[in-house]
Design a protein around this ligand. Structure first.
Ligand code: PMP
Length: 401
């Protein structure tokens, strides 16, 4: 992308850089929601969601105009009624948001937290499940405020053995971290378009299990109008069957781009793997390469345990004698990174996003390492950027067997 020489590279944890093909599919005059090309794109996107989410045929994919928060709102609104008991595994800012959403719908929420930068141990999840007998567990796959990853698949398995359903917020994970809905343990896996799917922002995407749809059907009162699974399900079914449908106007340009972004994921090849498995392995490899680069740049993660770090981003402590102004210094090197977000430690760290399509673009990734390194030196540090880049490239090229 030659214009990247003129504008800064966007490496925040979403929105992220998108491919030229996705951009081409998105740009242009807005198609009508009943145009044959739009119906085809919608149908393809829903089919490709099933593959990326590894969802059983009985599950329902939803692709709706909105952001990740809309998907969170839908997941709560269709399930929770006054007095519903739910357990939130709280790993940061976006888990706090889930608690607030659930409370607004009248849920009795138990929030099981950990210190910022730490995952919640599965043993603690098990104890809480025994003690609270919740109807559902809500877990953030990768909390974007800290980069902490929860083993969402294991949480869901555990929840199921205690008779609870599981909602996983995958906004900073879906399409980059491994998770399968095939076993039926995960009841909702939700995301927004602007993260690892590498689309512009503006779509809420969820796959919902048949068990969760049944819970909606059994409610005594319907959820808010736009959020209702049952209002959208016939629309999604019609599009998947390549039929015309209308409930509320879709974001048609984004819908056109969606199957293109998803095709990038499904055609990926990495380390002898194909499709979503290749893509998740690639994201893991890229995250490990960044860890090597950060070590060379003398940066340390706010996640104490490497196994708790998500692959989609790095949350890095400001080195001594620097602080939040470092973000602006890095921007002056042509790289946009994000400041801290977790309210307790906000001013102590910054965040670099590395997910989705950009993980297939080594030049962009190298630019990110260089931008951070040059920024550190411009802020008064003395780090060897060339060495960090060299080590980063060497790791990147050492594709795992
Ligand atoms: N959950 C997580 C883990 C997120 O990272 C975000 C967005 N950064 C959200 C939810 C909310 O998504 P949105 O900003 O698209 O509403």
């Amino acid at each position: 992308m030659p214009e990247l020489d003129l504008r800064p590279l966007l490496m925040i944890p979403g929105p992220v850089e998108i491919s030229p093909e996705v951009r081409a599919a998105h740009d242009g005059p807005p198609p009508g929601h009943l145009a044959p090309s739009l119906i085809e794109a919608y149908g393809l996107a829903l089919e490709r969601m099933r593959t990326i989410w590894d969802a059983p045929p009985s599950a329902q994919p939803f692709l709706i105009a909105g952001s990740g928060t809309l998907a969170m709102d839908m997941a709560a609104a269709n399930l929770v009624e006054k007095g519903s008991r739910v357990l939130v595994i709280n790993t940061g800012y976006f888990s706090d948001r889930m608690v607030e959403i659930l409370r607004r719908y009248g849920a009795e929420v138990t929030s099981l937290g950990a210190e910022p930068g730490y995952a919640v141990p599965l043993s603690a999840v098990e104890i809480a499940l025994q003690r609270e007998s919740p109807q559902a567990v809500f877990v953030t796959h990768v909390d974007t405020s800290t980069g902490v990853r929860m083993p969402a698949q294991e949480v869901a398995r555990l929840a199921r053995t205690h008779g609870a359903m599981t909602v996983v917020d995958g906004v900073c994970a879906t399409g980059a971290e491994a998770l399968s809905m095939a076993s039926g343990d995960v009841d909702v896996y939700l995301t927004g378009s602007q993260k690892a799917l590498s689309l512009p922002s503006g779509l809420a995407l969820l796959v919902v299990s048949e068990r969760m749809l049944e819970a909606r059907r059994k409610r005594s009162a319907p959820p808010p109008y736009y959020l209702d699974y049952l209002a959208w399900q016939p629309i999604m079914q019609a599009y998947e069957e390549r039929g015309k449908a209308y409930f509320a106007t879709p974001a048609t340009n984004l819908v056109q781009a969606a199957p293109v972004a998803m095709a990038h994921i499904l055609s990926d090849e990495f380390a002898g793997l194909k499709g979503i498995n290749a893509r998740t392995a690639r994201n893991k490899h890229v995250a490990a390469a960044f860890s090597v680069a950060w070590q060379h740049l003398e940066l340390s993660s706010i996640c104490a345990h490497p196994e708790d770090r998500g692959v989609t981003m790095s949350a890095l402590k400001y080195p001594a004698r620097t602080g939040p102004e470092l973000v602006n210094v890095i921007r002056a090197q042509g790289l946009v990174v994000a400041g801290g977000l977790h309210p307790k430690i906000k001013s102590t760290y910054f965040r670099v996003g590395h997910m989705g399509w950009m993980t297939t673009q080594p030049d962009l990734l190298v630019k990110a390492v260089r931008g951070v390194g040059d920024g550190l030196n411009a802020a008064g540090a003395s780090v060897n950027v060339d060495k960090a880049v060299e080590a980063f490239k060497a790791y990147l090229e050492s594709v795992p067997a």
